[in-house]
Write a protein that binds this ligand. Sequence first.
Ligand code: NAI
Ligand SMILES: CC(C)=CCC[C@@H](C)[C@H]1CC[C@H]2C3=C(CC[C@]12C)[C@@]1(C)CCC(=O)C[C@@H]1CC3
Length: 351
Amino acid sequence: MATRLRPSSKRCAVIGGSGFLGRHLVERLVDKGYTVTVFDIRQSYTIPGVTFHQGDLCDKQALLKALQDVLLVFHCASPAPGSDDRALFHRVNIDGTRTVIEACQEAGVQRLVLTSSASVVFEGTDIKNGKEDLPYAKKPIDYYTETKIQQEKLVLNACSKERGFLTVAIRPHGIFGPRDPQLVPILVDTARRGKMKFIIGDGSNLVDFTFVENVVHGHILAAECLKAESPLCGQAYHITNDEPVRFWDFMSQVLVGLGYDAPRYHLPYWLVYGIAVLLWFLTLLLRPLVAIKPTFTPMRVALAGTHHYYSCARAKRDMGYQPVVSLKEAITRTVESYPHLRRDVLKGAKS
Ligand SMILES: NC(=O)C1=CN([C@@H]2O[C@H](COP(=O)(O)OP(=O)(O)OC[C@H]3O[C@@H](n4cnc5c(N)ncnc54)[C@H](O)[C@@H]3O)[C@@H](O)[C@H]2O)C=CC1
Ligand SMILES: CC(C)=CCC[C@@H](C)[C@H]1CC[C@H]2C3=C(CC[C@]12C)[C@@]1(C)CCC(=O)C[C@@H]1CC3
């Protein structure tokens, strides 16, 4: 008679494993000796030993196939925050997460680690050293964030010691690092279009930017500490670099590192915010006629002009979290990883 081997605790699945964070997570898990299955709607790379399942997380049957013999699941899939497709956010982040939970429970998964976001408590006004007990935003800054709130609630409420299904949510903030398709590319594109000359507000607002390897470290620690008797069950944890930095200093360091000028001229915060809101209304009105994507959305202006940094004391206390890469080293490594976005290289390519 064939005997079925017990699933190994070092076998895991990463839903969204083809994305920026997901791929870094997969690489670290492989380094640490995990056997990894990736589930994603696209496959963007190959790594020996990593199995890929291409599918939509809203498809329970496809998920069930990928989750066979898996005891630990990381869920870091989401549509990109820049999308304005509300139906897609709802379908993937809310309905899809419900499907992920059901599939995990049916497949006998024991631990689910969700990548949430620190922005679930952000309403566009200052947050200084915010703790996890801040209430969810009543008026989330955009629809993406609204669906991240619902997603986090679904995952945390599904935690059940009785059923042997444990869940935890990691709330990173401002993830950056090599291969990030958002932060540095948006910044460089804005600079190249001559729109990075201005500092919104007085430039003193502190923000968390978190190096991707620290976010990965937080996820793996959470997975390894998530046990029935641990305080992590059904809880959310901020994971940051624990080094809040002036938003405009961070932007300037990246820009100057890539050969661009740092922004210099100040504009009043409320003026820019007001213009962004007006532009947003205009794009809504004109949507049936033309699709415009403004650089200055209210959300981006709020992110650029307010304090938003979070305490990771809870993660330090409950899982012994400490960032593994300092902000200084993280910025250097990130800048070095984008040689193709350097001003001299892009200029050379044009001429
Ligand atoms: N990048 C950031 O600064 C922050 C990101 N987060 C969260 O971290 C997670 C990962 O973000 P990133 O790696 O930056 O995004 P990403 O866009 O690089 O990766 C997301 C992945 O999810 C996959 N995906 C999307 N819809 C899917 C579906 N229906 N079925 C299967 N796979 C699907 C995509 O193909 C992609 O590979 C997301 O949940 C995001 O909300 C939270 C805070 C900050
Ligand atoms: C800490 C945190 C949550 C960062 C989020 C990352 C992105 C939302 C930022 C990456 C590049 C930023 C950026 C702006 C806003 C925020 C980002 C998109 C501006 C549009 C703000 C207004 C400007 O003057 C230009 C900026 C370009 C870069």
